[in-house]
Design a binder for this molecule. Sequence first.
Ligand code: ADP
Length: 481
Amino acid sequence: MKVLQACAEFYPLLKTGGLADVCAALPRALGAHGCDVRVLMPAFPAIRAGVPDAEPLDTTFALAGGARLLRGTLPEGSTCYLIDAPMYAQGTNPYVDAEGRAHADSHLRFALLGRVAAMLAEGLDGAWRPQIVHGHDWHAGLAPVYLRAASSRLRRWVAGSVFTIHNLAFQGTFPMSVRPELDLPAEFFGIDGLEFYGQVSFMKGGLVYADKLTTVSPTYAREIQGAEQGCGLDGMLRARAADLSGILNGVDPRIWNPASDALIAMRYDAGKLARKATCRQRLQAELGLEAQADAPLFGVVSRLTEQKGIHLVLEGLADLVRRGGQLAVLGSGDATLEAALREAAAARPSRVALRLGYDEELAHRIVAGADVILVPSRFEPCGLTQLYGLRYGTLPLVRRVGGLADSVVDSALENLADGTATGFVFERLELGDYLAAMRRAFALFQRRSEWRKVQAQAMARNFDWEAAADGYAAVYRSILA
Ligand code: ADP
């Protein structure tokens, strides 16, 4: 099965969130399932630099706007196509400028991604043609649209299409005035097509025109069919419920594995948990936290946004410190949340540490060195940090929502008794619920042998990419059948 994956991020070349981890892990995992997966991306500078062997493709197709198509090899071995166009060279963030505003040419940046995906399905590379085009998030939302347009124009089936929602809240909506620049027949802009409250929505394009839809956890697949999390698209998702499935993301063990992680102070596994204490000591020293071991160290590695429930971490901080706990935060995002965290860390530097910015290596050291990883999200399509926490015996404290609900089992008495507990789960996005879960974490921490048992249960949970790849391969097969 030949599959083209169209996406905007790819770990470790370019990453703004979990999307990059998924897009990098999936081609390899699918390779083991007999899929021949190639990756199509814009040649953003960081991506171009990571594919030094990329060469222009010899093709008779003409790309718009002085663009060229390159073919090369990704660090993990997959073949990729890079769209080399002058607009992609502007700025370091693929989506926003230095002031955090969406690039003025965003619609063109990502329309071209969708368009070239469809052209590859039409035969742009004479030597390789995908049977399935798999687009990720709104950036690739127009891939199924251009594919449908190509099928109508050529009056034949061109390729199957899959569209994966990693976060429905980011939709890629643009004013109707961009319409002529998208070069699509008029019928695509109606209420049953790209139109969304008077605008053009790339996300909706993917949802309407892809043969099959997936999202990154079974619970999120249900949640987005309701008004609360449907972001205005729940009606249309309900209409497509039969084509929508939730496939939980996996963890790439080559990158996130405490037994082989070169970025952490001391490697460990479930049989050598004493070594994890060394990771904590080193982390405390690195962050200027007091060297204490009798109360839990809580970690946050996250975009600092409203979605991630960071306001609860702030509201619950006095309680956390009063109980003797510590907090280590790595992240960046919302200026108000950053300022509040900065103030909290300055007020109690031996108990609260903050590192603003993006730091892959420190992320590993926090996941390894903390006792609890906090993910109290308002909504969470899948969430990766709690999966990393489970693997590292760093018990996740999460809200029961989206992929968090699908991956963490609360340390309630019955779950402790059954041997299924792996972390701490609370229901409502309210301080009382959050604090109750935190209290369970403090209480369990004092029962050392039970804590270690839950750690072992967490580490034994296997969220691997094989299961996810199985799920995606089944979706592809259902289209080709
Ligand atoms: P989202 O994609 O919504 O941001 P996920 O949990 O799916 O959330 O993925 C976030 C990914 O980004 C994880 O791999 C996490 O470790 C990483 N990450 C988030 N913030 C930072 C940061 N400041 N520094 C390093 N890695 C980060």
